[in-house]
Design a protein around this ligand. Structure first.
Ligand SMILES: NC(=O)c1ccc[n+]([C@@H]2O[C@H](COP(=O)([O-])OP(=O)(O)OC[C@H]3O[C@@H](n4cnc5c(N)ncnc54)[C@H](O)[C@@H]3O)[C@@H](O)[C@H]2O)c1
Length: 381
């Protein structure tokens, strides 16, 4: 990681003050679609919170979602700004909107003095991500990006292996994932809602898995490719013609990225393809290599036991790394966020780490549009 570059994103450590220390943390939910269920279930397992407000731009949707969880006292709105203006007691919000609304909702919440748990991907464009980080700096509040795989012990093991030095200096990484047929519908496939397709939906997970393991080196250049050969054809959707007509984003993307420190990152991600996987993740180091099996339906988890390849006294050796026990990642995602809001003001998944992930996603889109390699430039915050 380049300290010089990353230091400009470092948040000052602010001791957060929940308005009255022993009162319950007052939570609001922005966007009450599919993933709000994950947030609500995990919030309801915590004993130091109260969900007081929710909103969704679809009339009646927030109310119906709250009632589903027996939360009929929660005040519901059809506009996130109205919710933020009307609820001065809020301490934190979860932003669970579709991708193109991540930045505006996160910025408005920060401006209202709230800490934000923002669903992945961080944003759609690098420019939006920069605006969110500027708002963090202005307000002294934080955004934590919703990567629950960060709390997976298998993911943590990958980072531990890299940091142990067993692989030596890393010089090449192949990562990505995919599904033979697994294109979502709804708000994931339009430009004005999803903004980007497989790239943002599942690509961000692969990138976070490896970037977090190797300490977030700065991306320097990217040569990107995107395509939509499945989403735009009824075959891609089991012959649902209406969905194919609506499809406006990428269903496959690839990128060749040069990272600081001479590391090459070779990435591909797919919602649909004529294969079961675009490949396992492999990390090549000068002293060893690590293979991390992909999953059939890529969602950012480790697909099976990992293999460490290394030489022992000149003998080529393979060590299997058994899978770690599963834990409740959603509970931890919410718990660490609440603890940060309550205690130390340091986001568990800070934007200063995810900005490079976003720069790669945006770089792939730009490079694909231009048909050539581009340099990644990250402006000062
Ligand atoms: N962490 C995970 O495991 C995970 C899994 C699925 C989806 N996601 C992410 O969660 C986000 C939402 O996904 P989803 O499946 O819930 O989508 P969805 O379309 O079901 O829900 C999004 C909701 O946000 C509402 N909305 C949009 N703009 C709004 C605004 N300004 N104010 C209030 N409400 C607004 C929409 O009306 C919709 O109801 C996406 O960014 C997606 O990438 C994360």
């Amino acid at each position: 990681m380049s300290d010089a570059v990353l230091s400009q994103f470092k948040q000052e450590e602010v001791k957060e003050e929940i308005k009255t220390p022993d009162k319950k943390i007052k939570v609001g939910i922005i966007g009450t679609g599919g993933i709000s269920n994950g947030h609500l279930r995990a919030y309801l397992k915590q004993n130091d919170i109260e969900i007081i407000a929710a909103c969704d731009i679809i009339p009646g949707k927030a109310k119906a979602r709250m009632e589903q969880y027996g939360l009929s006292n929660v005040r519901c709105y059809e506009n996130h700004k109205e919710m933020l203006d009307s609820e001065p007691e809020l301490d934190v919000v979860s932003v669970c909107t579709y991708n193109t609304q991540h930045a505006p909702c996160a910025i408005d919440a920060l401006e209202h003095g709230l800490n934000v748990l923002l669903e992945k991907p961080f944003t759609v464009t690098l420019e939006e991500a920069i605006e969110v980080m500027k708002a963090e700096k202005r307000t002294g509040k934080f955004v934590s990006v919703g990567f629950q795989p960060r709390f997976d012990k298998n993911m943590q093991m990958i980072k531990k292996i890299v940091e142990s030095g067993t692989l030596g200096e890393i010089y090449y990484i192949q990562t990505g994932g995919g599904r033979r047929r697994g294109i979502p519908g709804g708000t994931f496939i339009t430009k004005h809602e999803g903004g980007i397709g497989a790239l943002g939906d599942i690509g961000c997970y692969s990138l976070d898995m490896v970037m977090n393991a190797i300490g977030h080196p700065k991306p320097l250049t990217v040569s990107g490719y995107t395509s939509d050969f499945f989403g735009t054809r009824p075959e891609g959707y089991h012959y649902d013609y209406a969905l194919a007509k609506k499809f406006e984003v990428d269903d496959f993307a690839a990128g060749f990225i040069r990272l600081e420190g001479g590391i090459i990152l070779d990435f591909r991600i797919s919602w649909a393809m004529h294969a079961d996987t675009p490949g396992d993740t492999i990390i090549f180091g000068k002293e060893g290599a690590l293979r991390i099996p992909s999953t059939d339906c890529w969602n950012g988890s480790v697909g099976g036991e990992m293999t460490l390849y290394h030489d022992v006294c000149g003998k080529q050796t393979e060590t299997k790394i058994p899978l770690c026990e599963e834990s409740d990642l959603w509970y931890q995602k919410i718990r660490y966020f609440l603890d940060a809001a309550k205690e130390n003001g340091k986001a568990p998944v800070p934007t200063s780490e995810i900005i490079y992930n976003q720069a790669i996603l945006s770089g792939i889109v730009k490079s694909a549009e231009l048909g050539r390699e581009i340099e990644i430039e990250i402006p000062e915050i």
